[in-house]
Design a protein around this ligand. Structure first.
Ligand SMILES: Nc1nc2c(ncn2[C@@H]2O[C@H](COP(=O)(O)OP(=O)(O)OP(=O)(O)O)[C@@H](O)[C@H]2O)c(=O)[nH]1
Length: 876
């Protein structure tokens, strides 16, 4: 129903109402002449009836119209109130006042109210105007009822029967048009305007129909109803055509609606229609089945105030509401978005919403929005799956490549993780570049041969390890898998699988293996060194003398230190360090000062190198310079200090530059070898010292009596074996007791040591001087004859006699000795000794201070002396 129709109906309603009121009044007046005493009153009543009727109809119609709101609902209500109140007051004034002037004023007020009400009613139409038009409609009905009420309460009213008659007449006037409308008025007139307010439309139609029916009833009463019912009349024909056109239009609309519905159903599209003014949202199409809602659930959802908030995923609710708000404010004509809606199974379903403003108010503001909901759930999930796969590839260890099958195998496509693998920005894809440009030069060389194999064997992947060069010229290891999908393919497909960590692990394992091997070799070398050292140590332990140990050291050094030259220096009697053994290249002087060696000074191993610093100075025995002699790279000095009375040093030098491991192994070995040498040399010296102590007389440092006995027998045997001569002389200090007695025991000792020294100086290299008793000395003179021996011993006697001693400031008397001498002449050692004793006895007996040579005559006297105890058997 258009506004134009409503306007005409409104005018007609007003006119009909006015005429009906006038007829009613005329009829009532004719029926009961006493009723209408005042023409003005009757006129006012007619106007009031007409006004109420008209306003009710008009406001109903306006409530259903699409006029946009111009004022707020409260303002509109206030605008509507004054004319209503004015009308009511005017009517009351008419009824209550009998003065003509007041009635005229009341009539004027009623007319003014009637004139003011239409614009006020129009103004109050708002998007929420369903309530106020209803109120105004009720107000209009009050006006309709006002007249009978006035009739009842007026003191001038007719009898009750007349009033009842008037009410019945009014009721008939209202009911008849309804009956007429049901029989004649187009049934669907106005019902299609707004479905949800159809009951109101019916009221409008009812009222409008009632107006028209009343008009027609009046026309009939006036005898003019045949004009309306005449079908052959031009108006009737026009009405019939209009009716046909309306039916055809309705049919077309119905067809279009069915068509649209079919399209929507077959396209699986949900639709919604949003009445912006009222906020009404109508959902249709397949949206419910799309979201698995039952019809009943769908209907319930359609009725809730804000279904978007209920249905939308929380992430997209704000977006949906913002777009709808922008549509409602006219900030955009169309909105397109993807969002998730809650399905009946409480899962989320992706839909694409396309909403467009399809109707505007006359002032251009959006009035109605039509939208579609397209199911994109499967599409969206596929998109997410694809995206996930792309992300997997983008961050994964596999790079996908496609390149031309023919050289130079230019790249056609590469997965997005290639730039990152090469250390380039994301957008740096080397498309169009030869495949070989990706790889290390050494790996790129074999690509041509690889590609030939790939092309020859379609479907068979060929692989090899390659290094992908990065932006900073470093590289990472990958396995390149290349395959031709089909014979004579124009492009080849390849995968690069990152194996860098694997390579690193392999490298680490190889390094560890090398380290392990090194350790094993080191242990083997150490074990070999220890075994060799143990063998040499054992040999050194059993060396009889230093000469033997020197030989062992000279031979063992090169075996223990193959790449090194060495020397063993020991402090000699002079205090200088003397080389006692060496091997390899000589590198130190035969004699050096102890203080030349830093090892001796510091008391522990000292090492210096060709590039020695201040913390490892070069020892002085290498020369005066601050550096090692040319060619020597390393020098090690290991001291032999502890438990070895004389300082000794093991020196090692190397001409080859060695690493720290080798040097630490050598220093460790040098210390061990130095310890072994220290023990060995110490033992040797200890043994020599013990042996010396065993055969020597402590006081005189001559061989002792035990040794004398051994040597005498040995020399006798040797002389017998060789036939060489052997002389034995026994020397006894004369009156030795008197030295003790006169000058003390110390003086006696002094005299004894002096004679022993003179004897030691006297003897030849192969003579053996011994102390055989208290003050008795002996000298064994191998390879000597008796005359020679006699002469030499007599010379000794004279030297002793000529040597004067001073003891404690006292000059001692001259020392004289008596010497008996005998020659071996086939007799035994005991016999030789006895003869020498006999000769000594004879010398004593002859007056002392002389040398006597044995002759057989001496034996008797000696035997006699022994028998008488004059001669003690010191050697027996
Ligand atoms: N001071 C000292 N006296 C010794 C040592 N050994 C022996 N005597 C002493 O040497 C003296 C030897 O005296 P005798 O055997 O009587 O002979 P003598 O006095 O040398 O007289 P003749 O041999 O007859 O000339 C004894 O008094 C011993 O005590 C010794 O090692 N030191």
């Amino acid at each position: 129903m258009s506004n134009l129709d409503l306007s005409w109906l409104s005018v007609l309603s007003f006119g009909f109402a006015a005429i009906a009121g006038a007829c009613f009044v005329t009829f009532a007046q004719r029926w009961s002449p006493q009723t209408g005493q005042s023409f003005g009153r009757l006129l006012a009543a007619s106007i009031v009836i007409a006004f109420g009727w008209w306003s009710a109809v008009l406001l109903s119609q306006l409530a259903l119209s699409s006029l946009p709101p111009t004022l707020g609902e409260l303002d509109a209500a206030l605008l509507a109130v004054p004319p209503l109140v004015g009308g009511i007051m005017a009517a009351l004034l008419l009824e209550t006042s009998r003065q003509p002037l007041r009635r005229v004023l009341g009539a004027a007020g009623a007319l003014t109210a009637a004139a003011l009400l239409p614009p006020a009613s129009i103004a109050q139409v708002t998007p929420f105007g369903m309530l106020w038009p209803l109120l105004l409609l009720a107000a209009g009905l009050v006006f309709v009822c006002l007249f009978p009420a006035l009739m009842l309460i007026s003191p001038e009213s007719p009898s009750a029967w007349r009033n009842v008659g008037a009410l019945l007449l009014l009721a008939v006037g209202i009911l008849l048009p309804q009956i007429f409308r049901l029989a004649w008025w187009p049934a669907d007139h106005g019902t299609a305007v707004v479905d949800e307010s159809a009951w109101l439309s019916r009221v409008v139609v009812l009222d409008t129909g009632a107006t028209i029916a009343l008009f027609m009833l009046i026309q009939r009463l006036l005898g003019r109803d045949s004009q309306l019912r005449d079908a052959a009349s031009p108006e009737a024909e026009l009405a019939a055509r209009l009716q046909a056109a309306s039916v055809e239009k309705d049919s077309l609309v119905h067809y279009q609606e069915r068509r649209c519905e079919h399209i929507i159903q077959s396209a699986d599209v949900g639709i919604f229609e949003w009445e912006i003014r009222t906020g009404t949202l109508s959902l249709g199409g397949t949206w419910a089945s799309m979201l698995d809602y039952e019809d009943e659930q769908a209907t319930q959802l359609s009725r809730i105030p804000d279904p978007w908030r209920q249905l939308c995923h929380p992430h997209e609710t704000a977006l949906a509401q913002r777009l709808l708000r922008q549509l409602a404010r006219g900030q955009r004509e169309q909105a397109l978005c993807e969002l998730r809606l809650r399905s009946a199974r409480n899962s989320w379903h992706w839909v694409m919403v396309n909403a467009r403003v399809v109707e505007h108010f006359p002032d251009g503001r959006p009035q109605r929005v039509l939208g579609t909901l397209v199911d994109i759930d499967r599409l969206k999930r596929a998109e997410y799956a694809l995206l996930a796969e792309r992300r997997l590839f983008a961050s994964g260890p596999v790079i996908v490549l496609t390149f031309e099958a023919v050289p130079p195998h230019r790249l056609r496509h590469a997965s997005s993780n290639l730039p990152d693998a090469r250390g380039y920005p994301e957008q740096h894809q080397p498309l169009g570049e030869p495949l070989a440009a990706l790889f290390h030069r050494d790996d790129a060389d074999g690509l041509a041969e690889l590609m030939v194999r790939v092309v020859d064997q379609p479907g068979v992947p060929v692989q090899r390890e390659v290094r992908v060069v990065r932006a900073d010229n470093s590289w990472r290891w990958y396995v390149l898998h290349v395959v031709a999908d089909r014979p004579e393919a124009s492009a080849l497909r390849a995968y690069l699988v990152d194996i860098n960590r694997l390579k690193e692990a392999e490298s680490n394992i190889a390094a560890h293996n090398l380290t392990l091997q090194g350790m094993v070799q080191k242990m083997a070398a150490t074990q070999h060194f220890m075994q060799t050292l143990q063998q040499f140590t054992e040999l050194l332990q059993v060396c009889e003398n230093e000469a033997e140990s020197r030989q062992i050291i000279t031979q063992g050094g090169p075996q223990l230190f193959p790449d090194w030259s060495g020397a063993l220096t020991v402090a000699g009697v002079s205090g200088l360090m003397e080389v006692i053994a060496s091997w390899g290249e000589p590198f130190t002087s035969e004699r050096t000062e102890e203080t030349d060696c830093w090892a001796v000074r510091r008391g522990h191993l000292h090492q210096s190198n060709a590039d020695s610093s201040a913390l490892s100075p070069v020892c002085g025995h290498f020369g005066a310079g601050p550096t090692l002699p040319p060619g020597i790279q390393h020098a090690i000095c290991a001291p032999l200090l502890k438990s070895f009375e004389r300082p000794g040093v093991l020196h090692l030098i190397a001409h080859r530059k060695m690493n720290s491991d080798e040097l630490s192994a050598i220093t460790w070995g040098a210390e061990l070898f130095a310890d072994a040498l220290k023990l060995s040399l110490g033992n040797l010296r200890l043994r020599a010292s013990l042996r010396e102590q065993a055969v020597h007389d402590v006081m005189t440092d001559l061989f002792n009596r035990r040794y004398f006995d051994e040597v005498l027998h040995r020399e006798v045997s040797r002389s017998e074996r060789t036939g060489e001569g052997l002389i034995l002389g026994i020397i006894d200090i004369d009156h030795f007791k008197s030295f003790n007695d006169s000058f003390g025991h110390d003086a006696g000792d002094r005299v004894l040591r002096t004679v022993a020294e003179q004897l030691q100086d006297f003897v030849r290299a192969y003579d053996i001087a011994c102390r055989v008793g208290g003050e008795e000395l002996a000298v064994i003179m191998p390879r000597a004859h008796i005359e020679e021996g006699f002469a030499r011993l007599d010379q000794l006697r004279q030297e002793i006699r000529g040597h004067r001693l001073t003891h404690n400031g006292v000059r001692l008397p001259a020392i004289t000795v008596s010497i008996g001498i005998a020659e071996l002449d086939g007799n035994s050692a005991d016999s030789l000794l006895r003869r020498a004793d006999a000769a000594l006895y004879a010398a004593k007996h002859e007056g002392r201070d002389r040398v006597m040579r044995w002759d057989p005559s001496m034996d008797l006297a000696f035997s006699s002396a022994l028998a008488q105890g004059e001669r003690r058997p010191t050697r027996h």
